[in-house]
Design a protein around this ligand. Structure first.
Ligand code: ZN
Ligand code: ZN
Length: 435
């Protein structure tokens, strides 16, 4: 029989790597608290119609990448490919709009897309993100950008680039789409198969195509910023004002030139790949990530809640990929080492050491003991490998004297301690060492 293996694009995250993920989640959580966001957790399985309706029928996600399955009933369900749709569903389902005027949620968890697994792209991938619902203020858009920047700083990611644009509202988008139609009409043969389909179904999405042939054509396409209505233009200026006010200056860039992370590049070529976006869209990219270079991305979705049957509420959100952030993060998480390792010799000493060890654990002292009948020498090596600060040696001789030998693994100094004082003395030493 073949040895079992995990599915392609679905990885095990083992100790050694997971500590960095935990640190990223913890730091992100601290930043979310500072900005007033509360956690929400929604189910991993949802009805497939939820994503058809929100993400959009003509997106790659819905067309090609859904992990769908048939539930017992006639309902078709799927593993969530992203989180915003589920949060909006929950927001409507629990009538949150009636309970609070402004809602700020954050989340962390796995998402699923049936893509060809490659560098930087998994089929089960993890995202941290947030949604702010109930305001169309430009300053809220700026807040989301500050929030992401602060998370990236907290997890020691540098050298990223912030790119910002606006894709307008349902009022100004038709005019821009008409201009695109006119522009791409004569060049349709130069576009890839997908883009030729997009030309008919959702022309904006052509701007999203990464294929080289298409990119050549896209670069000379009309800029969305020339087609924004007055209201959208004012909103977009407001976002830049918010960013400028508190330390992220914005520049317009024709090609997306790299600048340092404390600045924001206005790049009118950003189109997020989902149907629900309106107005502000943004991406945080990192040059070390290769072709899948987005660390975080998001945008405003002012019509989605209304379109999904809720009372219309303006909203904005983002998500950040934990795998990609972890790949470029300079965080070095501390390893979890036992404070004390017990090295007993002989059955009677083992039983005594075992009893004391449990007592110490109950006092909050990380303690470990050998479970493999090792020799004293091998136990000392094990303690060293685990990074224990102290080793407690207990042989027959010590047991008779009712003492234990405490060895400082750093200085190699040893001392005898009365068996009855071990718990109290070791506990107080741990307190001192933590100061
Ligand atoms: Zn508009
Ligand atoms: Zn294309």
């Amino acid at each position: 029989m073949a040895t079992p293996k995990s599915l392609p694009g679905m990885d095990d995250i083992l100790p050694g790597e997971i500590e960095k993920w935990q640190a990223i989640e913890e730091k992100a959580k601290e930043v979310f608290c500072l900005y007033g966001y509360s956690e929400i957790r929604t189910p991993i399985l949802e009805e497939i119609s939820l994503f058809r309706q929100s993400v959009g029928d003509d997106t790659d996600i819905v067309q090609k990448q859904m992990f769908s399955l048939q539930a017992d009933s006639e309902k078709e369900i799927c593993l969530r490919p992203e989180q915003t749709a589920s949060i909006v569903r929950a927001y409507i389902e629990h009538s949150i709009a009636k309970k609070e005027e402004m809602t700020k949620y954050y989340y962390s968890g796995p998402m699923f897309r049936r893509e060809r697994p490659q560098r930087g792209r998994k089929r089960q991938f993890y995202q941290i993100g947030a949604e702010a619902i109930g305001s169309n203020s430009s300053y809220l858009d700026a807040e989301i950008i500050f929030l992401i920047s602060d998370i990236l700083k907290a997890v020691k990611v540098g050298n990223y680039q912030i790119e910002l644009s606006s894709i307008g509202c349902r009022g100004c988008q038709p005019k821009y789409k008409a201009a695109l139609k006119q522009y791409f009409q004569s060049k349709i043969k130069l576009l890839c198969q997908d883009c030729q389909r997009r030309f008919k179904t959702n022309i904006l999405r052509i701007l999203d195509c990464k294929k080289e042939g298409c990119q050549m054509v896209i670069q000379k396409a009309p800029s969305v910023l020339d087609y924004l209505c007055e209201k959208c233009n004012k909103h977009f200026e407001g976002v830049q004002d918010g960013l400028n006010l508190a330390g992220i200056p914005c520049h317009l860039s024709e090609v997306s030139l790299r600048t340092d992370s404390s600045q924001c590049v206005i790049n009118p070529r950003i189109v997020r790949g989902l149907d629900y976006y309106t107005n502000t869209v943004f991406e945080f990219t990192h040059p070390d990530l290769g072709s899948q270079n987005a660390l975080a991305a998001g945008g405003r979705y002012n019509n989605l809640i209304g379109e999904m049957g809720g009372e219309n509420q303006p909203a904005i959100g983002f998500s950040l990929g934990i795998e990609r952030v972890s790949a470029v993060s300079g965080l070095v998480p501390e390893e979890d080492s036992p404070f004390i390792f017990f090295a007993p010799l002989g059955q009677a000493a083992y039983r005594e050491a075992y009893r004391i060890m449990q007592g110490l654990r109950r006092k909050g002292v990380a303690s470990e003991i050998d479970y493999q009948d090792k020799s004293l020498k091998a136990q000392m090596r094990a303690a060293d490998k685990l990074g224990a600060k102290w080793v407690a040696i207990l042989g027959e001789k010590e047991l008779k004297k009712k003492v234990i030998i405490l060895r400082n693994m750093e200085t190699k100094e040893q001392e005898e301690i009365n068996l009855r004082d071990v718990i109290q003395k070791v506990t107080s030493r741990q307190v001192t060492s933590k100061k």
